[in-house]
Structures are given as structure tokens and as C-alpha cells.
Design a protein around this ligand. Sequence first.
Ligand code: AMP
Length: 425
Amino acid sequence: MQSQETTESNAKKTKTSNRQAKTRQENWSIDSFQVPEAEGKLRFHDLDLPDEVMQGIQAQEYQYCSPIQALTLPESLQGMDITGKAQTGSGKTAAFLISIITDLLDYPIEGPRRLGTPRALIVAPTRELVMQIASDADQLTRFTDCRVRQLVGGMDFEVQQKQLQKGHVDILVATPGRLLDFCRRGYVNLREVEVLVLDEADRMLSMGFIPDVRAIIRQTPKKQDRQTLLFSATFSEQILRLAEQWTFEPIHIEIEPENLAAESVEQRFLSVSSFDKYRVLLNSLRNGDVERAIVFANRRHVTRELAERLQRDGVSSALLSGEVAQQKRVKTLERFRTGETPVMVATDVAGRGIHVDGVSHVFNYDLPEELEDYVHRIGRTGRAGASGLAISFASEDDAFLLPDLETLLGKPITCEPVPQELLEG
Ligand code: AMP
């Protein structure tokens, strides 16, 4: 890859000729991971990945590459820069992680490593997203020696610092502010970053993180000397300009949201007066079909009131919003993941961290003010090929957003009246 010749590392890198030798589970063989060829699908087997990575993929029970992986991996494995338009739920995390891990294994560093100098850096806008990426990285690296660390705001600085002091780090996943903090205090040095991933660039822009991201990128090697993978759900003029500054002769890859939304998520719109909204939500949640649901609302106080009211009405539900302390959010997410709390009420920012399979329903209690968020919200269900139902309430307060949403989705929206049984009680 591009950075190999130019990185300032004194350590010597050699491509291992015999990957088999590094396989840690001696008795594992690719024969135990058979996936038949299928028309129009790319298998991970076709990508010449190290055995340890294939083992990780097998453990995750992935068989074929998702569309973003099939488009990204052949290019990123060659060291190309990528700008990718892809939503959460498309499998983009595994796409960049598999590429990174393969690269780290193919070009191991011999000799001692300095503490706090990651070889791959992944920057993402929210704590939840960072934690999710780090957890996926832990899974995919579990048959390798690669070491993954995360730095997120809102969690104990010292604990994260101690983790970093324990030994070298290969893959660092971080939110921008906390990462800069670590850089300024000299605990992290980005001069040896070989692969830089900027995830959800549009979110970083809307959350005001671009100055921080710029400061981070300035500390990494020049763009010609590193590989940069930039992902964003949308490519506005501004994002395009940033992508141009930060990447070197990138390959642009697009996965349209329709692929995600149209195929696996059924979308329904109910015309509900704001007076009836709560009753309709409660009755819908009590309906036996709802296994696990996320309810989105635009304002924190609305999410709080909803979670409390549902709880009082006997629907076990939890709140995920910016006003919930980070430690508690992690526990809340875990209870949602295990099914202990089947309903989660969330704001958009917090909701982006929810990567849980088996979400049967997404309710839009309010239509999102940023329409792009609609796609993110409904992408919480119908993940990884499962089907899901997204029900959006359109009331007198927000129905005016529907024409623009139709344009975004590229198809007409039909608003149904509320079925009588959902208004009762
Ligand atoms: P992401 O877009 O990275 O949030 O991934 C969405 C979900 O798809 C995660 O639960 C992944 O574990 C899952 N996933 C990623 N790649 C694959 C694949 N090739 N086959 C099946 N599931 C996948």
C-alpha cells in the first residue's frame, strides 16, 4: 500500500510469505468454512484474505460480501483511497475493518513499537459508534495479534490512558475531541498512521467536528503517504470538498439508500393528530408483533417523557439520549441487545449508536427535521438481510415535511388513516 515506503517508522516491515504460519488456532482450516459460489455475489474467499481474518469472518457468520464490501474491498486491499457513500447497516464497518486487518497482517512490523502510535486510526462522530466499531474490530481481530483500543469522551480519561500504556496499539477508534486531548497531552502520536478512516463524515460536519478532524489529520502522514477511507451517508458540496482535501486520487463508491430501505424495510405512514400520537404508539407497542422496537423523537424532553410514560403504562422501555450518562447508555444498550428492555426511545444522535440486529419495528414518533435522518432511523431495522417495519406518524405539526421526504426517497408516500383499534383505550 502507498504508505509502506514512506512512513517514518524505523521498524522494518516485511510481507509475510506464509500466512498459514500465523494462524493461531492450529487445527483451523479454510475447509471448515465452505461457502458455495453464487451468481452476482462476491465471497470473502475470493479476496485472498489471511486465514486469521477468514476465521474472524466465519465466527461472525458472514458468508458473502455485502454490496459495499464487494465494491470497497478489492480496491482498498490494493491500498487505494476510497470515498464511500453508504449508510449504517450496509456493512461498511466490516468493509474497512477487514481491509485494515489484512493490511496489518500482511505488513507486520518487526521490532519494538512505541506506545500510543496506532497503525490504523478510525475517527467517528459519536461515542456509541466508536464503541460499536471497536467491538466489531475486537470480533474480527480475535484470531490475530492486532490490538484494538478506543478513546471516547464522557468516559474516564485515566482508564483509557492506562489501557494505552499497557502496550502498543494497532487500531485506534476514537471520537475527535477525546483523541485530540490525548494527542495534546502526548499520549497518542499519529505520525505512524498508515490507514485513516473517517466514518460518517456528514455527521462530523453537522456536529461541528470539522476543525477537530482537520487538526487530527494534520498530525497524520501526508495524504500521499497514508491510505484514507472516507464514508458518508450523503455527499454535499461541503463533504465533497473535504473529501478532495483529505484523500489522494480516491475511488468513489456509492450504495444508494434505496438498496437498504426498499428491500428490507416496509415503510408505513400514519396520519395521526398530535393528540392521539401517544395512544397510537402505546397500542402499537402492545401489539404482539413488536419484538424489539426503537421509537425516535426529535427532542430530548419528548423522548424522556415518552420513556417514562410507556414505563408507567407497563411497556418496559428505556431512554437513549444525550442527557443519559455514558455509562448508563452502555448498560441500557446492552439490555436492549439482550431483549431485557424491548423498547428503546431515542433521539437521532443517540440512536445512531444502536447497532442491534433483530429490531422488528422503528417508530418515528416525530418525522425527523433533518430528512437524511429518516434513512438512518429506518436503517435500525431490516439489518443484515432481516425484514423490518418502519411506522412514521405524520401529524399536523410535521406532515409538511412529507413532500421533501418523497423527493429524498424517490417514491410517493401514502399516508394511511389510523386503524380504529389503535385509537382505543
Ligand atoms: P454496519 O453497516 O457496519 O453497521 O453493519 C450492519 C450489520 O451487518 C452489522 O450487524 C454487521 O455485523 C452485519 N454485516 C456486516 N457485513 C456482513 C456480511 N457480509 N454478511 C452478513 N452480515 C454482515
